[in-house]
Design a binder for this molecule. Structure first.
Ligand SMILES: [Zn+2]
Length: 210
């Protein structure tokens, strides 16, 4: 494991965390993010109880794919089991981002999936963003439920909690988190303007594939 690889990933995680804060996707100490160290079975994750906007690279915690801490002065994020479970299930995933993005979180409370109504979101998430039923934060049950869903989806909503997105880079996972929040805002506006009946995934797929 090269020192340079860890330094590069650490700096990119910290920058991504600041951007999540600046874009209003995280507030207070909520949310967490992680990225794998290329070529290893380890990842760096935000420590527990720290704010995204003033995170420092040296505060990130190095963890193995079982969620055990390998290196770091701070304690790992409470949602580390979700991150570890996703990396175990998806070899293509290099980064995981969890936020309490407000509009998308509201969809989870309303038990309503976010559908890719807009063409750009459809290209990224053709099957939309499903809701994972509520399980206690930090629990194995939640990690297992997310792992199962993420096998088929790059973004999921945690009922009464927040959202999780994955990507091949930390930047891609953060961008997808932002796109999901934007998609939720658009869907909310459509529902206000035209009601729930105009939203139909089968029809959308037909329209966008022609
Ligand atoms: Zn959370």
């Amino acid at each position: 494991m090269s020192i340079n690889a860890i330094k590069d990933i650490s700096e990119r995680i910290v920058k991504a965390g600041r951007e999540l804060h600046d874009r209003g996707l995280v507030r207070g100490t909520s949310g967490n993010l992680s990225a794998k160290i290329p070529g290893t079975d380890t990842f760096l994750i935000k420590p527990s109880g720290r704010r995204m906007e003033n995170l420092k690279p040296e505060e990130l915690v190095l963890v193995d794919l079982q969620g055990n801490k390998i290196r770091g002065e701070t304690s790992v994020s409470v949602e580390t089991p979700i991150h570890a479970a996703i990396y175990r299930a998806r070899k293509d995933v290099q980064a995981v981002v969890h936020t309490h993005a407000p509009t998308a979180t509201a969809f989870g409370i309303a038990k309503t999936e976010i559908l890719p109504l807009q063409i750009e979101l459809f290209m990224l998430l053709p099957n939309g963003v499903p809701v994972v039923p509520f399980k206690a934060p930090g629990s194995k049950a939640l990690a297992d439920a997310v792992q199962k869903k993420v096998t088929n989806y790059d973004a999921v909503i945690l009922e009464n909690h927040g959202i999780v997105t994955v990507g091949s880079t930390i930047e891609a996972a953060c961008s997808l988190n932002e796109m999901v929040e934007e998609g939720a805002k658009i869907q909310f506006l459509v529902m206000m303007l035209a009601g729930q009946d105009v939203i139909n995934l089968a029809e959308l797929k037909k329209k966008f594939k022609t």
